[in-house]
Design a protein around this ligand. Sequence first.
Ligand code: DGT
Ligand code: CA
Ligand code: CA
Length: 593
Amino acid sequence: MRGQRVIPPPHTPRGVKRAPAVHNADVAAVFEEIADLLEIENANPFRVRAYRTAARVIGDLNREVSDLLAQGADLTELPGIGADLAGKIQEIVSSGASAMLVKLRKHTPPALIELLKLPGLGPKKVKVLYQELDIHSLDQLARAARDGRIRNVHGFGAKTEAKILEAIAAQAGSTGRFKLAAAAQYAERLVAYLKAAPGVGRVIVAGSYRRCKETVGDLDILVTASRSSPVMERFVSYDEVADILAQGETRATILLRSKLQVDVRVVAEESYGAALHYFTGSKSHNIAVRKMGQEMGLKINEYGVFRGRQRIAGETEESVYGAVGLPYIEPELRENRGELEAARGRRLPKLVNLSDLRGDLHAHTKATDGHNSLREMAEAAKARGLEYLAITEHSRRLTVAHGLTPQRLLAQMDEIDRLNAELKGIILLKGIEVDILEDGALDLPDDLLGRLDLVVAAVHSRFELSREKQTARILKAMDHAHFSILAHPSGRLIEQREPYDVDMTRLIRHARERGCFLEVNAQPDRLDLLDIYIQMAKEEGVLLAVNSDAHSAHQFDYLSFGVGQARRGWLEKNDVLNTRPLKELRALLARTL
Ligand code: DGT
Ligand code: CA
Ligand code: CA
């Protein structure tokens, strides 16, 4: 068999690049995709089935169909293959492609093709999701699954919903890193599981996770226990384990089904601080601290701080820092970006906490692309201890999100007035997330914007503009009399879309001159502004708003990730606009030029 293969079709001229060998699996895949796309198009079920049958027949052949063709075999002798399909097979084998598939792909929204690639989602389900929930991207699918909206769709249920989440996570995992919020879902369940092992003291996730990095490569879990073997046994028998990569007496590494890798280390209680410091990192911070120790004649490792053979610290992280003459440094600062100098000079920031937030200045309702009513959003914000919530729908230009026209915005403003008269313990602010148009104008009339409590403005189009044009566009928007906050200032979507090219330093300086603000958007795929620019904004004296950008009532949960990002940017309570009481906030917003 082998010797007979790869005979080029007779019409292939010498020296012309040949298409790579086409295998039966390739032909089958083309037919499967054709069947899927036909099904989404509501094609005749018999036609769909014919392609599926052909895919199976070719896929199961014990000889390469390209060999058969090269030998002049008649493919219509195969079960289920008529003249039409035989012709298509010939086409695929000789050209490596199918004109029919190319045409079908052109008709189908590209996002649906992406969804189809997700294991467990066939064309029937994709079609239902598209039609009933208006889902046309992987991101929207993930959001809907997390919000529990998929289980209510006919034919789905909670189990399918969970499977979808797992499949999405697996796909995210294939890029190597996990977004912090996704990692948190796996970490929390695993930590609770490990805590139940016999003899366990503390269980804490260290590494980049503890430093609140926007993505994590793997989880590093530290456990204190008198005996390590029960912890190790329990860890490797966790029900989400796909593979045990390493297993020793006090450490093990596993791969979860989601493709997230987890390291666990068991240490004695007396080494807790030293081990936590070591495994929290960052590596560069650790090396710098160790060097300080060396200069003082100390040895620092994951078991403790030693002078000669004597252990002088290590039970707590404070004791480790104390041994080198430093105050405690918060994990989010440990990137060797000036925190050691600041610690030496006793100039460390007192970082903002989630509980410092008094309000949220960016949220959507089902009037546009959110999922809950005004009242539901207000109640959810109140339940989280917030005192005010700005409703900031998209503006008309953003048609995919059913952006508001002036009339619809006016109607919502009236509704907010009515609701505010009724609600207790929470105040809704009238706002908008207005589009910054390509020329820097805002997407709604000035007089209308002037009647709002605040104007959040954002770029949602023309990401590809040159640095010069993009910068000029946003600077001009900031000059607008009613501009309050620049939302998700860099425009990046983590691992999906790079930031647009813009001179962030100029935007920050301009914000200071105009008396306006920048956002730290807490959505897990945004976490935008980026930490280094947050720090720069702080140094320039620009306040930042840590906003959820919630599209449903439980997305106020995301605020904790926004606060994590703010902490990575060294922000203190006073650097954050929405830690201010409402009266003070109103005064600050009114100062916007
Ligand atoms: P990741 O997982 O890529 O998001 O980033 P990390 O920071 O969690 O890195 P990882 O998991 O490789 O290691 C966890 C911590 O262990 C790291 O933050 C610092 C510490 N560590 C790892 N390797 C070394 C090393 O060679 N020297 C020192 N001093 N510390 C290390
Ligand atoms: Ca890690
Ligand atoms: Ca690790």
